[in-house]
Ligand binder design. Structure first.
Ligand SMILES: Cc1cc2nc3c(=O)[nH]c(=O)nc-3n(C[C@H](O)[C@H](O)[C@H](O)COP(=O)(O)OP(=O)(O)OC[C@H]3O[C@@H](n4cnc5c(N)ncnc54)[C@H](O)[C@@H]3O)c2cc1C
Length: 398
């Protein structure tokens, strides 16, 4: 007999668990199933600090079982395909699971293999990345051993989770080298496929000053396409202002890679996807544009916001209100304004908290100028947010 849930959630990460918890706080009798393959849950925002040697990697990992809300059913499997016309999903193990309402939030996919030579050399030869639990600790190993040469920090041309993360570790590295008197021996380079340091001028102005402080070279429209680990060489596809394209190879002692990212393949290949491959939902109500009993939030969703856990925190209550409204036969009225936040670490004990909406208008929480680097905002990221994540956000109370 097919399993059936009133609400089925695909993905038990930040979005899936906090949304399930919030739904149960509104109505404890809801029959919710959560499909999640991993038996571990990660607090990914702290991987930046792990790479900077100021957070213990073990503290970013907990047992998934401890966060599955009581009263829900955890299906330890992964979704392979969707049959929205039949209100079913099929899992990798071949189970067919039925739903009345579906919430899709399996996160973003890291495409390491889109950079030639990267999978083979990641985690050795000075090639590191804070983008996974396995590789974040190696970033600090490389940084500690750096005495001369060039440290390159890349950013791809695709959407990424936490658009600030490629730079945060670079500023930590810059500060580390400054503290150890190595600023003039090690050249730090930001080599990015993007065209600006940050999309909002108010915050960009601060970051330009931070980059200058650490003597960081800024290179835009440079997309990493190939890594030769043993040869310590990285090749970029460079787009000139006139649109012409060429290749450029740079030597490195340290290469911190932010991998190209996309919607997960099983979303891209499903009837749920929009043209870009993400879950095709209304950017304000988070309801699917074709299937009214399907909703989505988090990194896999198609809203044009900057993909962060902070965005999930503002999306979850909107989704919950709208889903419950639809279940009661009403029109979804709650609206998400594209809020996202990027706590940009600019050094040890220094952070600029950028907050903004769909229109790139700053939407700041605190009654002071958040474009300024502050120690208090560092304390928020280093100590307060991790605690809030495990104790409030995943419990649905924040
Ligand atoms: C280095 C780094 C720094 C970051 N810094 C910040 C920060 O400072 N502030 C901030 O707000 N955010 C930050 N983020 C981003 C934040 O972690 C993500 O935006 C957030 O986790 C998104 O939540 P999600 O639930 O959409 O995805 P995730 O939390 O990634 O969860 C997705 C879940 O879906 C599961 N899944 C995958 N495939 C399937 C499948 N086929 N079937 C079922 N389940 C599946 C996965 O196992 C996973 O548990 C950072 C991320 C990184 C990597």
């Amino acid at each position: 007999m097919a399993m059936k849930y009133q609400i089925l959630i695909v993905g038990g990460g930040n979005a899936g668990i906090s949304t399930a918890s919030k739904l149960l706080l509104k109505n404890k009798n809801l029959n919710i199933g959560i499909i999640e393959p991993s038996d571990k849950h990660y607090y990914q925002p702290a991987w930046t600090l792990v790479g900077g040697g100021t957070f213990n990697i073990a503290d970013t990992e907990r047992k998934e079982a401890d966060f599955i809300p009581k009263g829900t059913t955890w299906i330890r499997d992964a979704v392979a395909t969707f049959q929205p016309e039949k209100n079913t999903v099929t899992t990798r193990e071949g189970k067919v699971i039925e739903y009345e309402y579906l919430i899709v939030c399996p996160g973003i996919q890291l495409n390491w293999n889109k950079v030639e030579g990267l999978p083979e050399t990641l985690g050795k030869n000075g090639v590191c990345s804070n983008y996974s639990f396995e590789t974040a600790p190696y970033t600090f190993e490389v940084l500690k051993n750096l005495k001369s040469g060039t440290a390159i920090f890349t950013a791809p041309g695709t959407a990424v989770k936490c658009g600030g993360a490629p730079q945060k570790i670079m500023y930590l590295a810059g500060d580390y080298l400054r503290k150890h008197g190595l600023t003039d021996q090690v050249k730090v380079e930001f080599v990015s496929a993007g065209s600006v340091i940050f999309g909002i001028e108010k915050y960009a102005n601060t970051l330009k000053k931070v980059a200058a402080r650490y003597k960081i070279g800024l290179h835009f429209k440079h997309d990493l396409i190939k890594v030769d680990g043993p040869g310590h060489k990285a090749t970029f596809r460079v787009t000139a202002p006139d649109g012409s394209v060429s290749e450029e190879t740079r030597s490195f002692e340290m290469l911190h890679v932010t991998p190209p990212q996309s919607a997960p393949d099983f979303i891209q290949n499903s009837p749920l996807a929009n043209e870009g491959g993400w879950v095709d939902v209304d950017k304000h109500t988070l309801q699917h544009n074709k299937y009214p009993n399907i909703f989505s939030l988090g990194d896999a969703s198609g809203m044009p916001n900057s993909k962060t856990g902070a965005a999930v925190r503002k999306q979850a209550p909107v989704l919950v209100d709208n889903l419950l409204a639809v279940m009661a036969g009403n029109t979804p009225k709650a609206s998400y304004n594209g809020y996202s936040s990027c706590p940009i670490v600019t050094g040890y004990g220094k952070l600029m908290l950028a907050e903004f909406d769909y229109d790139n208008h700053p939407t700041e929480t605190f009654p002071f100028n958040q474009a300024k680097e502050r120690w208090t905002m560092w304390v928020l990221k280093r100590y307060i947010l991790p605690w809030l994540y495990w104790n409030k956000i995943l419990k649905g109370t924040m």
